[in-house]
Ligand binder design. Sequence first.
Ligand code: NAD
Ligand code: 8YP
Length: 798
Amino acid sequence: MSREQLAVERARRAFCTGRSKPLENRIRQLNNLRRFLVERQAEIAEASKKDLNRSEVGIQLFETLGLESEIQLVIRKLKQWAAPRPVEKNLLTLSDTLYIQPEPLGVVLVIGAWNYPWAVTMFPLIGAIAAGNAAVVKPSEVCVHTAKVMEELLPVYLDKELYPVVTGGVTETQELLRQRFDHIVYTGNSMVGRIVMEAAAKHLTPVTLELGGKSPCYIDKHCDIPVACRRVTWGKYTNCGQTCIAPDYVLCEPSIQERVIEEMKKCIQEFYTDDPKSFPDYGRIINERHFKRVLAMTEDSAVAVGGDSDQTDCYIAPTILRDVKADSKVMQEEIFGPLLPIVPVNGLGEAISFINQREKPLVIYVFSTDDKLIKRVIEETSSGAVLANDCLVHYSVSSLPFGGVGNSGMGCYHGKFSFDQLSHLRSCMVKPLKNEGLNNMRYPPHTLKKLGWARFFLLKAPDLGWMGRMAALAVLVAVAGFLLHVTLWCYESQYTCEEPCKDPGHWAVLFPNCGGLRQSPINIVTSKVHVNTALHPLDFKGHDSKINITVENLGHSVQFVLPQSVRLAGGALPGNYRALQFHLHWGAAGGAGSEHTIDGERFPMELHVVHIKEPYSSLAEAEHDMAGIALLSFLFEVLFGGAWGSITVIGVVHNIAHTLFSALKSLQHFLFTPSGSSAEIRDFKLSDIIPPAENLHSYYRYVGSMTTPGCEQAVAWTVFHKTLPVSSKQLVAISQQCRFWNGKPMMNIFRPVQPLDGRVVYWSRARTVLPNMIGACLCVLCQFCVSAWGTWGDTSFV
Ligand SMILES: NC(=O)c1ccc[n+]([C@@H]2O[C@H](COP(=O)([O-])OP(=O)(O)OC[C@H]3O[C@@H](n4cnc5c(N)ncnc54)[C@H](O)[C@@H]3O)[C@@H](O)[C@H]2O)c1
Ligand SMILES: CCCCCCCCCC=O
């Protein structure tokens, strides 16, 4: 087994232990890498001096500082990046859980180039560690001393099995490329890029190729030419022009060429003195082969500045070439050396077509004070990046993806882009097993009607612009509600042959809970109730406060949405509850319409106040707790001649808000109809319709379910003995004024009573106080559990 094979196998085995995955482990390794960069600065600098003639300050400025800052950023953001990412839902996925879960890919191979040996290997390594991968690092053999520091010292700081360094040249790299990786990040020239991609294809391994090419720089005549030239000079001659994103050549109008040359000449003197050769911050060509290659490029062009060279020292002076032709040698390949050709063009149009006739560059530079001109360059060209009015610095912006396009590379990295590039962004969709009816449109037989619905769901919503989507959201939610709850389930009174739907006898087909053994409503047989002295009066909170409530017509019922401030406790309920909404059930034309019946008697109307246990924030959450929902039920009785205003009942004055009634009037239509779909009642007090708790000590308690689909069996029911008054006139009006989703009068909106199935109904009549509240809860709930749930001790279930 070769050394390379061994390193990869070890890394794979280490990855399979799972130790690269915990976030704290990733952060520990990243901190160690940061420590390495700081503590081993001397060794890093010494190697860079030997390999690249770079000063200690230079190596920090251009490489290690950026790495430290990248590590800092990753450590700060990792938890956020690695967390599940919720995604947008549409009407079809409203009730699903949708998110993206980034997961590690496996073992990553990082192949580095020599010109910025630390940056091009460590940036991808940071990304690989952050994403939870193992990584094999292969530094460039050209920087022999740097590669040695990496090989010897990195294992002192990092997990050496997860992140081995493999040194060597072409042979070793090719042996590595024969191994199976889960991602390869290669930095170097395009020719080798093709070799890497070919090798990766054998294992279907994805690649990130960070290549090079000729990055053009357009200098507009309407710009601050001295500043532009200063920045271009810095970008070009840094690292002796051996920078992947160095401005390769300048395009400008002939009228400013001489000025540009003069300004750049001044900058060269300012940066590197009259004698760059002996100036410590001016670099050398990496080797003799490249020295000869670069020098040969000057042969058929006119030297305007510089031009000196010394083969023994691989020195080529900062050089500017004037009036360079498109077919000259220097314009045939990436220069990667200190030559700056100036190619005269007649304006921006010509510059753009010059750029577009060539391979897509890693970056396009443009210098101008004209924003429109800059925008035109961005719009009419393509490149890995565009940087206006500066050079190189976009590399250090971690919020921008760094990478090429076409011949300059594929994929990108830096900051979160590295994390994403080296993660698998896994789609996660968790659907509930309920709401099966919504799927009907995709099941055979395939009918035109089903196609119509599919068309609506898939095509109509995406047609809307952002604003339109927001404005239509309420309508869309209602449509979803309509499809989920109306077309799929309905009351008997809604069923027609034209609009078939599942009536209460068939709810269980779509909503299995509805066929469960603890369903509501029930008939309460008063002679069979068990008196339970632990059932103390409830404790209402916020019932006296003025609140604003929204009334909504949901198409099969009308609901009044309550604010969080309305709360409920006591009454032997196992916790504190907050109100969600209240709604009414009624009959037809003043006839009977309550859901619960007492000794077989159906009442004209029933009010349900729905509460969920704290800290749940929705019914969906609460339904998994066996007592997650508390429902208060008030039965109505017709008081002949009484107005729905102030009525005296058993000594208590109830101001049964006529505002409630007016709201219902204004709410004739289902939400789907834009007008009249919802209304607000301001300054409403629940105590206007519900008597104070101390007058409600007589009630029935049993465990049951919601009375509409999905019939969640998580309800502690409290059915009050005391009735509320309603006038017969109002009863008639209410069923005529509120409309089902299909426009028909909303009547008989109650579910038939359900079998008791062995459950016990308790009555609070006798009020002997138990020693404490816990005792009370235990007493009542234990009886519930023994008789019905059999799961005492659970706090939630699925
Ligand atoms: N886009 C970027 O981020 C970026 C950064 C730095 C350099 N570059 C580009 O890289 C180029 C300079 O680098 P280079 O290519 O001279 O670096 P290089 O010679 O160091 O080669 C890069 C890597 O490829 C390996 N390699 C070389 N020949 C190989 C072969 N035949 N088979 C397999 N592996 C092989 C080397 O071992 C090395 O690790 C320039 O074009 C420059 O623009 C791009
Ligand atoms: C502050 C500017 C930093 C520039 C570093 C450039 C590194 C480029 C890597 C490719 O060669």
